[in-house]
Each structure stands twice: as structure tokens, then as C-alpha cells.
Write a protein that binds this ligand. Structure first.
Ligand code: UDP
Length: 485
């Protein structure tokens, strides 16, 4: 493709590792694949957020590569807009409202001349306000096509269905797509009286004004849904599958993790048999309770498997939130916890199983772990980035979805894609029964289990498809190039 010398894209991600990581990777690909010659990324963090430290580290390392300019905006302070102990839903709703305002006020005062604007989905309420710039605008949806289809179909569902979607008896249908079990419903659509529901619809209406939508999936993963979305289907604007947008393995160590720890993990994995270890992580935001850690430890013990487990010290208060600040997490209010204090927070069952694996309590070098040949399965909350990373590394998933889009993701993988098994998680306590966890781990890890064998094979097949999608003439590379059409 001929590069235009004049194009300059503005890329606007929203805060949080789950959004920042794929947007940074998208930026890198646009530049390294010579699709866009100049790119400026605008970024803000949430004031006092637990993920601002890894976010800053990831940003710093991206900047060192010198591929694009970064304009760091002041942290977004939501403290005057939302009560400190408000629910995650309240906080996200305020974030979705405030972010576009921050970006509009900043961008309009700058003397820069973008030719293209790409915004994260959470920021799509910005698009109507930017229409007067008369520029091509693209939405980046860092999740899958099925969730995008649900989002774009929500204004129709809003008219068709009277009560709450979660109270429907029958699965909720979306034309041409797999129907959605009401109990799997996307978090933002669970309560139609909540402000978040309306912010979500606002973002979906914004998406409809874009010139195109980039979605982090690829053809072989969701062929039916992508067809249903496409030309004249659910989406009125072109949908381009550009996944898997996963950080490319960097020759240097991951900046977001401690190098000593990373080496220790890799050296330990080097000593294990091929595909014999399970990796466990619930993403960048989730903190377990002591009871959850205890039951999970017992499940791991029962499975008899070796493991690498990324687990934060448990929350110390009764009601726990997915988006605790560092201070709230530690229960100290200060956010500073010594290693001894950290260790004391874990239950005895957890300490007992430690000799059978490696525990990481800070930040895991997830891709280094998933890429390692000793990893045979991933016990995951099914956050979409983790799913894409697992797919790109050919690792089958033991899905324990808890929140947000994770239930839909786990159902899709288990029922449609075929590279995962879903384990029941209690919706009220987020607990998984030790026997069920152990059984699912054994199924995936046991070389003689027929069903497990099919899932492992499927995971390997998907790894190859993912590589093809991002090869020079692959479908995802080609789709991303459409930005200049
Ligand atoms: N991640 C990581 N180390 C950790 C925790 C998370 O590298 O210790 C990365 C992970 O590789 C993924 C992202 O953070 O890229 C988490 O995104 P995901 O969508 O899986 O879950 P979320 O954090 O949004 O719940």
C-alpha cells in the first residue's frame, strides 16, 4: 500500500489496561505496517487509580520505541462527580460522560491538524461533537464482534423489550448471531434504569456516525457474527476485523513487570514438562476475596497441577469492588503494603500449595507466560485481551467469568469457538467450587481426555489462523489498511 505522506491520525484511548494495551498495539501496527505515517496518542489516567502505575510503565515503554507522539492529559479526577465508594457501574458511567468532555476541551485548544480520528469505544459519544471537523472518524472496539453486534442492536432491543433483559425467559436474539442467554447479559445492559445503560446507548449511537469500526477479532474466530454485522446487516457502517491485536513479543523484557521475577518465572517454567502448567489470572482489575483464594487454592491442590498464579492480596473489606484504588485494596488507605503484610493477608490453604507453583502478586508478564511451551491451559476471567492473548499463543481456556463482557466471552468460546471450557461461578459470591475447578483443569490438561484433546487441537488451529490474519496479506492486516480508503 502506498503511504500518504500527509496523514496524521489522533488516537484516543480510554483509561484502564484492558483498553490501553490494545490501543497502544493498534497504534504500533498502524505505524510499523506503514499504514499511517504520523500518529499522536492522547492519554489520561484516572486520579488515584490502582492501574495507573502499570499504565504509566506500559506508556513509557511504548514511547521509548519512538513510533508515535504522546500527549498526556491531566489525570481525570472523578472525586467531585461520584462518591468514593460508589459502585463500578456508577464510576464507569461518569467516566463515559466526562472523558469526551475532557478530550473535546483539550483537542480544540491545540494547534494540531489531524486528518483521521480513531477513538476507543468508551469515547464514542465524542464523535457527534467532532463531526464539524469533517474528518474521517473510526471507532476502535477492543472486544469481539458478538458484543459489538449486541451494542449496535441495543437501540432496537430497547424498543422491542419492555422489562429488564436479564429477566427475559428466552435467549435474546440478534439477527444472524448466536442468541444471548439473559444471565450472560453484558454488565452495562443489566439495569435499564441505571445511567450506565444510557451512556452505553449514547456510545453506540456515536459509533454509528463513524466511517468505520475496527474490532479486535478475526474472521476464523467469529465468521457468522462478522457476516451478520457486515454490509447492510446490523451495522450501517463498515466493520473491519483487525484482531488479534495482541502485544507483539518484544525482544526486551516486559517493562510492566519486575525483570528479576520475570526471569524466575521463565526459569521455573523451563524446568517443567511441555504443556503441564496452568496459568491463572483474572486480569488487570479484579481482586479476589480471601474465601475465593481459599477455594481456588483447594481446587488447584485437587487438580494436582503445577501452576503460575497472578493473584493480588485479597480485599480486606466485606463488599469488594472490581476497581479498588491501591489504598482501598490494601485496607490501609495508603496503598503501601509490605511483602510481609501482603503475605499475611492470604489464607493458609494458599500458603500450603505454594511449593507446587509460582505466585505473582504484583503484575505478571502475561504474554511471556502464555507463550511458554510448558503452559497447557489458562484459568481466566475471559477478559477479551486475555482471550486474544491465549488464542494467539494457542492455549486452551478454563473460563471463570465474573463481570462485564466476560460471561458472553466465555459462552462464545465454549459453545461456538471450541477452545474453552466454562466453569460455573456463583453470581452472588464469585466463588467457584473446588471440585468443579479441579475437574475442568484436568479435562484441559489430561492428555488422555478426548474432549480436552479436541479443545487443545482447536486452540492450536486458532493460533495458526491468528498468525495468518496478521501476515502480510492476511485478513486483519488488510482490514486495517482500509483506514485510508
Ligand atoms: N495483564 C498483564 N499482567 C497482569 C494482569 C494483566 O500483563 O498481571 C494484561 C493482560 O495481558 C491483558 C490485560 O492486562 O493484556 C488485561 O486485559 P483483559 O481484557 O484480559 O482483562 P481486564 O483487565 O480488562 O479485566
Amino acid at each position: 500500500m502506498a503511504i500518504s505522506r500527509t496523514h496524521h491520525a489522533f488516537l484516543l484511548p480510554s483509561p484502564g489496561m484492558g483498553h490501553l494495551i490494545p490501543v497502544l498495539e493498534l497504534a504500533k501496527r498502524l505505524v510499523t505496517h506503514k499504514i499511517i505515517p504520523k500518529l499522536t496518542l492522547f492519554y489520561t489516567t484516572l486520579q488515584n487509580s490502582s492501574s495507573s502505575k502499570p499504565e504509566t510503565l506500559v506508556l513509557q515503554s511504548a514511547i521509548k520505541e519512538n513510533l508515535f507522539d504522546l500527549i498526556q492529559l491531566p489525570p481525570l479526577d472523578l472525586t467531585t462527580k461520584v462518591a468514593p465508594h460508589a459502585s463500578s457501574e456508577d464510576k464507569i458511567a461518569v467516566l463515559m460522560h466526562e472523558l469526551p468532555l475532557l478530550f473535546v476541551s483539550t483537542i480544540s485548544t491545540m494547534n494540531l491538524n489531524p486528518t483521521i480520528i480513531i477513538t476507543d469505544f468508551f469515547l464514542c459519544q465524542l464523535l457527534p461533537r467532532l463531526q464539524n471537523l469533517n474528518l474521517p472518524m473510526f471507532a476502535f472496539v477492543p472486544t469481539n464482534a458478538w458484543l459489538l453486534a449486541l451494542g449496535l442492536h441495543t437501540p432496537t432491543l430497547d424498543k422491542q423489550i419492555q422489562g429488564e433483559y436479564v429477566n427475559e425467559i428466552e435467549p435474546i436474539s440478534i439477527p444472524g448471531c448466536k442468541p444471548i442467554h439473559p444471565h450472560d447479559m453484558f454488565e452495562m445492559l443489566k439495569d435499564r434504569t441505571h445511567r450506565l445503560y444510557h451512556e452505553f446507548i449514547g456510545a453506540c449511537e456515536g459509533v454509528a456516525l463513524a466511517n468505520g469500526i475496527f474490532v479486535n477479532t478475526f474472521h476464523e474466530l467469529e465468521p457468522k457474527t462478522l457476516e451478520a454485522l457486515g454490509s447492510g446487516g446490523i451495522s450501517k457502517v463498515p466493520v473491519y476485523p483487525v484482531g488479534p491485536i495482541v502485544r507483539e513479543p518484544s525482544p526486551s523484557p516486559s517493562p510492566s513487570s519486575d525483570e528479576g521475577k520475570r526471569r524466575e518465572i521463565v526459569e521455573w517454567l523451563n524446568k517443567q514438562e511441555e504443556e503441564s502448567v496452568v496459568y491463572i489470572s483474572f486480569g488487570s482489575g479484579y481482586t479476589m476475596s480471601c474465601e475465593e483464594i481459599k477455594e481456588m487454592s483447594l481446587g488447584l491442590e485437587l487438580s494436582g497441577n503445577k501452576f503460575v498464579w497472578f493473584v493480588r492480596p485479597p480485599v480486606t473489606k466485606a463488599s469488594h469492588d472490581h476497581y479498588l484504588t491501591a489504598g482501598e485494596r490494601s485496607g490501609t488507605g495508603s496503598g503501601v503494603v509490605s511483602n510481609v503484610e501482603k503475605s499475611n493477608l492470604f489464607p493458609d490453604e494458599f500458603h500450603r500449595i505454594q511449593s507446587n507453583g509460582i505466585v505473582i502478586t504484583d503484575w505478571a508478564p502475561q504474554l511471556d507466560i502464555l507463550k511458554h511451551p510448558s503452559i497447557g491451559g489458562f484459568v481466566s476471567h475471559c477478559g477479551w485481551n486475555s482471550v486474544m492473548e491465549s488464542v494467539a499463543c494457542g492455549v486452551p481456556i478454563i473460563g471463570l467469568p465474573i463481570f462485564a463482557d466476560q460471561m458472553m466471552n466465555a459462552t462464545m468460546l465454549a459453545e461456538e469457538v471450541g477452545n474453552a471450557i466454562r466453569v460455573e461461578v456463583s453470581p452472588s459470591t464469585n466463588m467457584v467450587q473446588r471440585e468443579k475447578l479441579a475437574k475442568a483443569i484436568r479435562k484441559i490438561m489430561d492428555k488422555d481426555d478426548k474432549q480436552g484433546c479436541v479443545m487443545r487441537e482447536r486452540a492450536k488451529e486458532l493460533k495458526l489462523s491468528a498468525e495468518r490474519a496478521w501476515s502480510h496479506h492476511g485478513s486483519s492486516y488488510f482490514a486495517l489498511s482500509k483506514i485510508l480508503l
